[in-house]
Design a protein around this ligand. Structure first.
Ligand code: UGA
Length: 427
């Protein structure tokens, strides 16, 4: 059971629905039944506990019990990537097969996983193949929640989108979402599926766009933060997702952009713009490592402090984290990395790179004796440390701010040689 499933289940329960979450992993279900949440997500543990106590949220390993429980059955299984970037849909196919014989009476089967366009058609075909008599409609309901703010994103969404080709299914879906106050867009199934990939790739495009501008800013001695502010003030553009940095990571953008490229090629309409988005994203890290290398000349045997390992703040998720990629690159060049992350260290210790780095108990401890300090994830608490003390404890005052979290002038006042992203030569 992933973040989406638990959060969606808990939020549906919170607004009064009677929800049963199903997973075939008995250990996970046991953990949830004990009230433990296997991931760090602000507000989720309380929400689950309250709704379990209120009798509106329960957990089971039985597909039959789960399907029987609801009029609406949400599928939210993982959709991992194949080596070529396309989506491996085996879990969706398996669930469709498994729920087919359990469908008694009319049900709406909702696909909430991120899938390539036309997957809904395949789900419907599969169910019909295994249960020709079943009475059901398939609906696509893309999810727009972000890790770190999943509960708020679900309780107060910008919009709710579902794609349905049946009035009966649409009526039931409207009842499910009635308690949520948000604009509703009802489309056909294929359009809803496309909306998810198009939304995520557009956001990634925005990030790569500002990252490409950051490179131009560095070459022209301009400040990307001011450029982002200036263009973001145009309501047609907007300031959000224009934060230049080490690039996007996480379990969604890298995978979804690759999947969108793959499906567009399969459809005979290649989306080459997105290949450029990927290229810019990779180049941000290359350029950054090059900058650190240039300052230190040789990375081997250098002690480097890295603040932040998770793919973004307010999560313990390390999947496709650019911060981790950075650490791996530094270690591969022989640097001695001492890292600190407020929530990601336990998981980091279990990764192959874990034993190759030292994990510190605090940001200050990580920086002790370091020849360079890198901010790789913009946890807000990093901006609140005593930088004068940190600088005094370091061997040399090199500061690389990979997320433009800190104020360059203040850092220089504290004695650092500050390097941000796209902040010109002096800023
Ligand atoms: C993303 C989308 O924002 C959600 O709307 C979507 O529902 C979700 O994927 C999904 O498909 O499930 P998420 O991956 O949790 O959410 O995180 P984001 O906040 O979008 O950040 C993704 C990456 O972009 C992070 O590495 C972050 O550091 C980076 N980023 C974000 C930037 O580099 N600059 C920005 O301005 C914003």
């Amino acid at each position: 059971m992933n973040l989406e499933t638990v959060t969606t289940g808990a939020c549906f329960a919170e607004v009064g629905h009677d929800v049963m979450c199903v997973d075939n992993d008995a250990k996970k279900i046991e953990t949830l039944r004990r009230g433990e949440i296997p991931i760090y997500e602000p507000g989720l543990a309380d929400l689950v506990a309250q709704n379990v106590a209120a009798g509106r949220l329960s957990f089971t390993t039985s597909t039959a019990e789960g399907v029987d429980h609801g009029d609406v059955v949400f599928i939210a299984v993982p959709t991992p990537p194949n080596p070529d970037g396309s989506v491996d849909l085996k879990f969706i196919e398996k669930v469709a097969r498994e729920i087919a014989p359990c469908l008694k009476g009319y049900k709406v089967v909702v696909d909430k996983s991120t899938v390539p366009v036309k997957t809904g058609e395949k789900v419907a075909e599969t169910i019909l193949r295994y249960a020709p008599e079943a009475e059901f409609d398939v609906v696509s309901n893309p999810e727009f929640l972000r890790e770190g703010s999943a509960v708020a994103d679900l309780m107060k969404p910008d919009r709710i989108v579902f794609g349905s080709n049946s009035d009966r299914a649409s009526a039931l879906m409207k009842k499910v979402y009635e308690p949520f106050v948000a604009p509703l867009l009802v489309t056909d199934i294929n359009s809803a599926e496309l909306i998810k990939h198009a939304a995520n790739s557009f956001l990634a495009l925005k990030i790569s766009y500002i990252n490409a501008i950051s490179e131009i800013c560095e070459a022209s001695d301009a400040d990307v933060e001011l450029v982002a502010e200036g263009i973001g003030m145009d309501a047609r553009i907007g300031r959000s997702f224009l934060n230049a940095g080490l690039g996007y990571g996480g379990s969604c953008f890298p995978k979804d952009i690759a999947a969108f490229i793959a499906i567009s090629e399969q459809l005979g309409t290649p989306f080459d713009l997105l290949k450029e988005v990927q290229k810019i994203n990779r180049r941000q890290l290359d350029r950054f490592v090059e900058r650190v290398r240039k300052a230190l000349w040789v990375l081997g045997e250098k002690r480097i402090a890295v603040w932040g390992l998770t793919f973004k703040p307010n999560t313990d998720d390390l999947r496709c984290s650019v911060a981790l990629d950075l650490v791996e690159r530094l270690v591969a060049e022989g640097a001695e990395v001492v890292a600190y992350d407020p929530k990601g260290m336990e998981r980091a210790a279990d990764l192959p790179v874990g034993p190759k780095i030292r994990l510190a108990a605090s940001p200050e401890e990580a920086a002790l004796g370091a020849e360079a300090l890198i901010v790789a994830t913009e946890w807000p608490e990093f901006a609140r440390v005593d930088f004068r003390r940190v600088r005094e404890s370091m061997l040399s005052p090199l500061l690389f701010d990979g997320r433009n979290l800190l104020d360059p002038a203040t850092m220089r006042k504290h004695g650092f040689e500050y390097h941000g992203i796209g902040r010109g030569r002096e800023r």
